[in-house]
Ligand binder design. Structure first.
Ligand code: 6R9
Length: 646
């Protein structure tokens, strides 16, 4: 590993950037001495209908939980992302849409995006949607996805976007959890030349959701899809003759903006709740700061809007900053593995932001597919979603960025709304694989298992000791779960669930989840979710799922499965169970390995010892540790003997 290598801030960057090294230090100091002043200035970037007089009222100790930012301020998110840009930037492109096929179909200027958003908002109102109602969005990466989100924001509805890779069961669970009675979807999605049966998935999900009264279907492929009379309607029909202006709903800063479901270490996915003022402040502020965004530049974040990265850095952050944002429907290797780089040249992209898993996959194909493109427009690169190994970082820097583009390795979570830690291109020397330092206002601490604070160069669990505007406010409908998940492990501190090392220069190196969450291709999966999918199969008695290191995906999914007594373990059943998880959760959750096990290693009290299973999956067999406390130590021999090489 070239861990020692440090890349200093290029002189030109120190000069052009909004924040250089001194300014960073000054901002960090000001948050300490004048927090209200600092956070007031940060929020000044938005247009407020009624200005706030209270800045923050946050405590990580109170119970039930209570976090308020800019609490008496009034604003509307869609106005901040659209209306306020119309005078000066109405004809600037807001969204460049790059379709799967590569034939642009819908570049939208700010004026057009505003009109489309108002139309969709009026359609929603006509269907009876009111302030506070939850609207489920299950769309491919087409501009209507951003339009639907902004339309909800305009009328004060709360959106819940579901990634197009989720299965009917996963959709149903999310619709039921937030009690949403309206779904916006498309006939089909299109990715890498393959269609995704979105409407069919919704139809199947809705068999379990009698409360849904309206399904709005956007036409993407124009495939023939069944339409249920009285419930389903095509958006193209509904929007006929609908006005392209819509009065924005004045929203309190703490009114909910969206719910986004994410996996945790236990139970079903949690509805992470974000509110209006603080979220938008943080998304817009970090988009400008971390990417040093300057007006007129083209910004491309490759994430799907079904994940938080798409919410904050395809839609809300860039649009609040009047940026030109690229929305890409396709995949990195279709039609060829030069696709990313060709799109960069085609749209003169200045900042490119993607996941390490994509970089690792493309790196495997060598330099040639990159080098045959120009990439002259690029000035900054970014990564997000998982730790990046120094080899991939160095390739990204040398080959994709021609050695001249800084890389911002941004660490954050669905729960944190937007970036927490990242190098700043004009302020921070880069160390490949490190997310450098927390942004001004973010207070990191490393603690040991007992909660003792660790100082200096050390490793521990990463906690945050004070609030920031973009922090989630609750788990939708379950304050207790919010408190238990994030604030009960270490009293008075937000626990990220991540392990982390701090080096002698104060740089942070995220080492990965320390809970039962695994990170597969930058997608978060709870092992408990996969286990409950497996045991819902009639052949399965018990299952335990762990992650293992995977060259491309970062982590792979390794399942240990005990079959019911009369079931014969066969290769066919193994393949069937992989397909089963795909269908139950979604294709991205498909197991890499299913190993049949006559028994799982359990303590005498019946707890599965995952530590041992992890070691077996990792093929770290000399480190199984003490197995003498197991109820039946002999099961380990069988697990080791039948380990499936990956
Ligand atoms: C934005 C996003 C969050 C988890 C997080 C951590 C991992 C994200 C990272 C990173 C190392 C980075 N993670 N960014 N690990 N370096 N730059 O990914 O949100 O899907 O909620 O995942 O992803 O483990 O806790 P989310």
């Amino acid at each position: 590993m070239s861990e020692g290598e440090v890349f200093p801030v290029p002189a030109a960057w120190a000069k052009r950037a909004k924040m250089n090294a001194q300014a960073y230090e000054a901002a960090v100091a000001r948050v300490e001495t004048d927090p209200d002043g600092y956070w007031t200035d940060v929020a000044g970037r938005l247009d407020w209908i009624a200005p706030f007089t209270q800045v923050k009222d946050t405590s990580f100790h109170k119970h039930p939980f209570h976090i308020r930012w800019y609490a008496d301020g009034v604003l509307n998110v869609s106005v901040n992302c659209l209306d306020r840009h119309l005078d000066t930037r109405g004809d600037q492109v807001a969204i460049i849409w790059e379709s799967d096929e590569g034939t642009p179909w819908d570049n939208l200027t700010y004026r057009q995006l505003h009109a489309e958003t108002c139309r969709m908002a009026n359609v929603l109102k006509a269907r009876g949607v009111q302030k506070g109602d939850r609207v489920t969005i299950y769309l491919p990466m087409i501009p209507q996805a951003a339009v639907a989100m902004l339309a909800c924001a305009r009328i004060g509805a709360v959106h819940s976007v579901i990634f197009g890779g989720f299965s009917p069961d996963s959709i149903a669970g999310r619709i039921q959890d937030c009690d949403s009675r309206i779904v916006i979807t498309a006939d089909e999605g299109l990715r890498g030349g393959k269609t995704v049966p979105l409407k069919r998935n919704v139809d199947e999900a809705l068999e379990q959701c009698p409360g849904v009264t309206d399904v709005i279907v956007v036409r993407r492929t124009r495939a023939d899809v069944p339409m249920k009379a009285g419930r389903d309607a095509f958006y193209s029909d509904l929007k006929q003759g609908v006005a392209d202006t819509c009065e924005p709903e004045p929203m309190n800063a703490e009114d909910p903006l969206f719910i986004l479901y994410t996996s945790g270490s236990t139970g079903k996915p949690k509805g992470v709740l974000h509110t209006t003022g603080g979220y938008l402040v943080w998304a817009a502020h970090t988009h400008e700061l971390v990417f040093d965004y300057k007006p007129g530049e083209v910004f491309w974040c490759t994430a799907d809007v079904g994940w938080v990265t798409g919410h904050s850095y395809v839609v809300y952050g860039p649009l609040a900053n009047a940026a030109t944002t690229v929305m890409f429907e396709g995949v990195p290797n279709y039609p060829t593995n030069s696709r990313f780089w060709e799109v960069i040249d085609k749209h003169k992209v200045n900042t490119f932001y993607t996941a390490p898993t994509a970089i690792r996959a493309l790196m495997r194909d060598g330099d040639e597919p990159v080098l045959k493109t120009s990439r002259k427009s690029l000035r900054l690169l970014g990564t997000v979603g998982e730790p990046i190994n120094p080899e991939a970082w160095l390739w990204y820097h040398r080959v994709v960025g021609d050695g001249r583009c800084p890389i911002v390795d941004t660490y954050w979570q669905t729960e944190t709304g937007a970036c927490l830690a990242s190098p700043l291109p004009g302020a921070t020397a880069l160390k490949p694989g490190s997310c450098a330092k927390p942004l001004p206002g973010i207070k990191f601490e490393l603690v040991d298992a007992e909660g003792q604070v660790l100082h200096g160069a050390t490793s521990g669990n990463l906690v945050i000791t004070d609030s920031w505007p973009g922090q989630m406010r609750s788990v939708y409908g379950d304050h207790q779960r919010f408190f238990d998940t994030y604030f009960s492990t270490y009293a008075g501190k937000y626990f990220t669930g991540d392990g982390c090392r701090r080096d002698e220069d104060g740089y942070y190196w995220i080492t990965g989840r320390v809970d039962d969450v695994i990170n597969v291709s930058g997608h978060r999966l709870g092992t408990a979710e996969i286990e409950s999918a497996l045991v819902s199969n009639e052949n399965v008695a018990e299952a335990a799922v762990v992650g293992f290191p995977h060259d491309i995906k970062g982590q792979g999914v390794y399942c240990f499965v005990t079959l019911k007594a009369d079931v014969v373990p066969t290769d066919i059943l193994q393949a069937e169970l992989k397909g089963w998880v795909r269908r139950e959760i979604g294709p991205f959750a498909a197991p890499d390995v299913v190993q049949f096990a006559p028994g799982l290693p359990k303590t005498r009290s019946g707890k599965i010892m995952r530590r041992i299973l992890r070691k077996i999956a990792e093929n770290d067999l000399s480190n199984l540790g003490d197995i003498s406390t197991l109820a039946d130590p002999s099961v380990v021999d069988d697990l080791v003997k039948n380990r499936i090489g990956s």
